[in-house]
Design a protein around this ligand. Sequence first.
Ligand code: ADP
Ligand code: MG
Length: 386
Amino acid sequence: MTTTTDTSALAERFQETFGTAPDGVWQAPGRVNLIGEHTDYNEGFVLPFAIDKTAKVALRLRNDATVRLLSTFGGHGLVETSLEGLEPGSGQGWSRYPLGVAWVLKERGITVPGFDLLLDSDVPLGAGLSSSHAIECAVITALNELTDAGLNAEELVLETQRAENIFVGAPTGIMDQSASLRGAKGHAVFLDCRDQHVDLVPFDAESAGLVLLVIDTKVSHSHADGGYASRRASCELGAEVLGVTALRDVGVEDLEEASGVLDETTLRRVRHVVTENDRVLQTVELLGSHGPASIGLLLDASHASMRDDFEISCPELDLAVEAAKTHGAIGARMTGGGFGGSAIALTPVRQEQQVRDAVVRAFAQAGFTEPDIFTVTPAAGALRLA
Ligand code: ADP
Ligand code: MG
């Protein structure tokens, strides 16, 4: 589907396309969220990690305001536009991601000249692995360096959020770009979404004899905008009725009292967020004390909560989780915003093939599109390659 090109081949392709060598090549990874779903915009906790699938950009600053963009991903022609008069809503398709980044930097008062950019990404699109943030994070890392903007990691996270929220118009939190910009090899990123505090938590599945399988259901989550917005609205309503700034401030012990004042649906939405925050904290503790093999039940509980209380799963995700668990996974859950995208299954290496086969078989029997199944490992965050 996507192509992986090594760094020098990408630089050569840039030269062929634009007639000059790039100023450099940068990459930023996609991410998988190990646990902590829909907790980010409730100022809670998440535990994503940067994956070994990345968006690479070769980029060269220009001395006019022109922007030329090309992706190696099929079907997209060269986009040529200008930074002059750029405003939220400008641009189409994937050009909105690099343009959004240029816009937020300009809004900050940073002088951003035009640029030529060649993108090559092997982060699957629309699978819930945040291919869009991988692009934004690679571009902002490159522009931050080339314009001497000097933004630190926390600022880069907030600026990419503004690019996505205001320029692209997608109401997302700070999890994806935090993982992509601040991830580290062999670690998960324990992020407190209230103050952006990050602790890197060792997550070395391989040494524990495990693999983390991603099961891309191929159900596109792009039609989920309404569902996402309504879940956010329920969370805001819950916080308002309970008299707290954000659901982060509600503990598991407060749920019984909350059940007396919230309507049935809002209570279930709130219960998901509150118990999910607690599961993130438990996962971090267990990873530290007992390692990756000990978190299976928490992954399972997270999935059940999203399926039953938050209602953001779908038949394909439920089937992937069920089939994986029945055939050897020690824990499985949907990951990402929901309504499609991917599930993850933490699986003993010796059971990997069995789980893969079982999931493919179950999908065929149900008449679902064949899923794409691959492994991911926690990898480095955004960096310069050349
Ligand atoms: P996700 O971020 O979960 O993968 P999104 O819908 O947020 O899903 O982002 C997917 C969009 O990102 C695509 O529609 C496309 O515009 C853009 N995109 C991702 N990867 C590429 C690529 N390699 N080339 C061009 N555009 C891409
Ligand atoms: Mg996205």
